[in-house]
Design a protein around this ligand. Structure first.
Ligand code: FAD
Length: 435
C-alpha cells in the first residue's frame, strides 16, 4: 500500500467523518461511502461533544447544533433541573458532517454497502444496485451499530432496546427530560416547532415487553402515567410509527486488523443512558488515523499499533459501562425488576476510579501517538492510569518519575530534581506532590 491508494471509509457519521478528516490531514487519499440514516432521530449532546467536534475540525456539523436548552432529570424519586444539553436533529448533524468532508476535498460516495469481500490485496466493497465493486487496500468500518460483527469476538451488555415515537403539538420552549419508571427509563425532548421525541428504553431478555402489535399501546400507557412526560404529551398527538433502536452495549474485542479498523459505534457502542455516544465515537476516531498510518507505512510496528488501539477501545468501553452501572445503581425504587437488577451490576464490581496509590508508580515502555505514528515511549503507569501517561503539561513524565525514585532520604523533591535532572522541574514538582 502507498499513500496514494484511496482508503475507503464505510459510514459518514461522526466517527467515519472524523477519521476521514484525520487521514486527509496526514496526506492520505480518502473516500467515504455514506447513506442517509433511515429514520429521524433527535439526540442530546453535551458541551464535551461540541468541543470534540470542534477539535476534529468540523465546521458545518457544528452549525447543526442549536443552543443549549434545559434538561430535567428525575431519578430515584428525586427531580433536578440543573443541567442543559443541545437537542440535535441527527439528519442535520450528519448532513453537516458530509459538507465538512466535501469542503476538505474528500470524496463522498452516496450508496448503501451491501457486501464486503476480503481478498489477498484488500477489499471489494459492493454497493446496492451496482455490480462493479469499489476496491481498497485499507478499510475503515464506521457503519455504527449496523456494521456486521457476527464473525468477531464481542462482549455484550444486558440486551436493551429503545422505542421511539414522534408526537406533534403546539410549539413550546425546547427542553428535554430523563425519567426512570418501573421497567426502564425515558428520554423526552421537545423541539421549537412542536415536535416531541419520546424514547423509552427497556430490557429485552426478561421478556417484559408485550408482542409487537401491542407495543405502541404499552408505550403510550407508560407515557401517560409518567408525570414527567406530561409536559411533552400534553396537547400533542403521536405521528408516524414506533421505531426500535438496539441500545445494548457492545464491545468489539477485535476492533483492528492489519488492513482494517473499526471506529465509533462499530468498535464499541455504549448504553444511551450516558448521553456520551457521540463523544465516545469521536474518541476512538481521533486515535485511528495514527494507527492506520502505522499499519500502512510502518508495518514493522503493526502489532504495537493494534495493541495501542485495542487497549484504548477496551478501556473506554469499560469506563462508560461502569459510569452507566453506577448511575443505574442510584435508582433504588425497583431493586427486583430485571431491568434495574441487571444493569446495577454490569459489567463488574470494579470501581470507576481506583484510588491513586503512589507505590504503584512504574516507568514502562508503552505505545503512544508520536508524529502521526504509534511508537514505543517511556511512560508512567499507576494503578489508576494503566495505559500510562507520556506527557503532562507538555513535559515528559518518565524522567521525573525516575528522578524521584532516586531521591535520597531527607532530600526535598525539588532538590532531587535539580540534582538528577539538572533543573528545578517546576511542573514536575506539582506532579511529585501527588506522587
Ligand atoms: P453512526 O452515527 O450510526 O453512523 C453510521 C453511518 O453509517 C450512518 O450515517 C449510517 O447511515 C451509515 N451506514 C449504516 N449502514 C450503512 C451501509 N450498509 N452502507 C453505507 N452506510 C451505512 N449519543 C449521544 O451523544 N447523545 C444521545 O442522546 C444519544 N442517544 C442515543 C439513543 C439511542 C436509542 C441510541 C441507540 C444511541 C444514542 N446515541 C446518543 C449514540 C449515538 O447515536 C452514536 O454513538 C453515534 O452516532 C455513533 O457514531 P458513529 O459515527 O460511530 O455511527
Amino acid at each position: 500500500a502507498s499513500m496514494t491508494d484511496p482508503i475507503l471509509v464505510l459510514g459518514g457519521g461522526p466517527a467515519g467523518g472524523a477519521v476521514a478528516l484525520g487521514l486527509a490531514k496526514l496526506g492520505f487519499t480518502v473516500a467515504v461511502v455514506a447513506t442517509p440514516r433511515p429514520f429521524r432521530a433527535m439526540e442530546g449532546v453535551s458541551e464535551r461533544v461540541v468541543e470534540g467536534l470542534r477539535n476534529v475540525g468540523f465546521r458545518y456539523a457544528l452549525e447543526a447544533l442549536p443552543a443549549p436548552t434545559p434538561r430535567m432529570a428525575s431519578w430515584n424519586g428525586t427531580a433536578a433541573t440543573a443541567n442543559t444539553e443541545r437537542l440535535v436533529d441527527r439528519e442535520q448533524l450528519d448532513a453537516g458532517i458530509l459538507q465538512d468532508l466535501q469542503a476538505a476535498s474528500i470524496r463522498v460516495i452516496t450508496g448503501r454497502v451491501s457486501k464486503v469481500e476480503e481478498h489477498n490485496h484488500g477489499f471489494d466493497v459492493y454497493l446496492k444496485g451496482q455490480s462493479e465493486p469499489l476496491t481498497t487496500s485499507f478499510l475503515v468500518e464506521a457503519r455504527g451499530r449496523s456494521a456486521p460483527s457476527a464473525s468477531l469476538p464481542r462482549k455484550r451488555g444486558p440486551e436493551t432496546v429503545s422505542l421511539l415515537q414522534y408526537w406533534q403539538g403546539a410549539p413550546i420552549a425546547p427542553c428535554s427530560a430523563a425519567a426512570s419508571f418501573t421497567e426502564g427509563w425515558a428520554w423526552m425532548a421537545a423541539g421549537a416547532d412542536g415536535t416531541r421525541y419520546l424514547q423509552l428504553t427497556f430490557d429485552v431478555a426478561s421478556k417484559t415487553l408485550p408482542e409487537k402489535s401491542l407495543l405502541v399501546a404499552h408505550c403510550n400507557q407508560i407515557l401517560l402515567s409518567l408525570p414527567q412526560a406530561q409536559h411533552f404529551t400534553q396537547d400533542a398527538e403521536p405521528t408516524g410509527e414506533l421505531h426500535a433502536r438496539t441500545s445494548t452495549p457492545i464491545l468489539c474485542e477485535q476492533a483492528v486488523g492489519e488492513r482494517w479498523i473499526r471506529v465509533g459505534d462499530a468498535a464499541m457502542a455504549v448504553d444511551p443512558l450516558s448521553g456520551n455516544g457521540i463523544f465516545q465515537s469521536l474518541s476512538s476516531a481521533l486515535q485511528a488515523p495514527a494507527v492506520i498510518n502505522t499499519l500502512i507505512n510502518k508495518p514493522e510496528n503493526a502489532a504495537l499499533a493494534q495493541q495501542f488501539y485495542q487497549q484504548r477501545v477496551d478501556h473506554l468501553f469499560h469506563r462508560f459501562a461502569r459510569i452507566g452501572r453506577d448511575f443505574y445503581a442510584l435508582e433504588a425504587q425497583w431493586p427486583t425488576q430485571p431491568f434495574w437488577q441487571q444493569r446495577a451490576c454490569w459489567p463488574d464490581t470494579a470501581p470507576l476510579h481506583q484510588i491513586a496509590d503512589p507505590s504503584s508508580i512504574e516507568v514502562v515502555m508503552m505505545p503512544v501517538v508520536k508524529g502521526g505514528f504509534i511508537e514505543l515511549a517511556e511512560v508512567v503507569t499507576t494503578n489508576d492510569q494503566p495505559l500510562g501517561i507520556w506527557h503532562l503539561n507538555g513535559q515528559p513524565l518518565a524522567p521525573i518519575a525516575k528522578a524521584l525514585a532516586q531521591r535520597k532520604s531527607h532530600e526535598s523533591s525539588e532538590a532531587c530534581f535539580t540534582r538528577v535532572l539538572g533543573m528545578p522541574a517546576k511542573a514536575a514538582a506539582q506532579w511529585a506532590l501527588w506522587a
